[in-house]
Write a protein that binds this ligand. Sequence first.
Ligand SMILES: NC(=O)c1ccc[n+]([C@@H]2O[C@H](COP(=O)([O-])OP(=O)(O)OC[C@H]3O[C@@H](n4cnc5c(N)ncnc54)[C@H](O)[C@@H]3O)[C@@H](O)[C@H]2O)c1
Length: 396
Amino acid sequence: MLNIGIVGAGNRGIRCYGIHIMKEKRDVARIVAISDPDKKRLAVAKQVLCLNDDDIYTDTEKMLDKKGLDAVIITSPDYTHRDIAIAAFERGLDVLCEKPLALTVDDCDEILKAQEKSGKILCVGFVLRYNNFYRKMYEIVNVEKKIGRLIMAGGFDSVSTGSQYFFHGWWRLRRNSGGLLVQKATHSIDILNWIIGSRASRVYGEGGLAVFGGNEPDDKVCSSCSKRFDCPEALLDKNISWDYGEASITMEVEDKCVFAKEIDVYDHEILTINYENHVKAFFVESQFTPDYKREFWFIGDRAKIYGIDPYIVSAADNRKPYIEIVYRHTREKEIVPVTLAPGGHGGGDPGLVDDFLRCCLTRDKVLADGIAGRESIAICAGGEKSIETGKIVYLR
Ligand SMILES: NC(=O)c1ccc[n+]([C@@H]2O[C@H](COP(=O)([O-])OP(=O)(O)OC[C@H]3O[C@@H](n4cnc5c(N)ncnc54)[C@H](O)[C@@H]3O)[C@@H](O)[C@H]2O)c1
């Protein structure tokens, strides 16, 4: 039986991982501690996860010292990941750290150093690797080798949630999130890295802030704004719905004005990435599309794949991922069926936790490891820097 501590009593900590472990993994793991500086959140955690008073901590360091702890799941905001992951390894704990692993490559390397020294497991929250849509694309390219020699690739993240939460909350400041390539695109960049099967050697980016940001006061909030019923970006209900986790548990998000002066992350980015195995890739992210979906292209010398994972287009839409392969010499089109497993992120959320818990028990290697976390941040943070400086960023 693994004794698990959760860092962060928020959406991921309680609604996603906490509930899953409590309900579905009770034969192998139990939650014995949770930390959060926010006492209101801790009260929810205590009730939902059936914890005692001495299982809840406002001080994460103290929680990490709890006797008998085997592993921690870090779901606190991005800027806290580095210090907490290192502190956990120093105490000999296995770690599942939410994405992004850290805000910079140097910080990722510090975490990896601490992990190596401890000999413990590091799993990163790349839930998409555990979703059948992405697994199938990986298999087509790397196992079935249907497209021949991979030469080009691309990814496009349409993110409709810019005005739903990213620009209303802590994510909107680079010092908190590292920018939205680091915070959000790290998932899709990891999928490119995984399927391409190589490290990136350089990245070049273009981007900017075109829809969000502005001159409004930093402390202005929608709930007390006189324009809230006319502003299309206003957050009228702070209890937004999420595409993962236990729907009956509501959690408030911040409702700061999306036109505030302090906003310093980009809302659209385009990257070109060159890999050590000579594959060339593009990546596009927009925070102001009407739809929410991820699209990928992989082009080899025999065939081309297009795949789309449209998980929130409108509430009425069913989530139906689609993969097609078109063969160059015959022009034949093959549509590849994909069935998603239950659970958030198309089964990726439970898949990730299950792999982590299994590896904690067997000492096997996790699929979404720390190196993957680091290599994705190399491209994302490099992309942010390239947009800022207008220069190519060399990663090796
Ligand atoms: N893998 C995914 O698909 C996915 C999806 C969403 C979010 N995330 C990541 O999960 C993490 C949490 O996101 P969320 O949506 O649950 O955010 P959230 O704001 O709902 O929860 C974060 C919680 O951490 C608490 N916290 C802040 N500092 C802390 C500290 N030092 N120690 C302990 N707790 C602390 C906050 O009070 C808050 O309750 C972020 O890193 C985010 O990038 C991953």
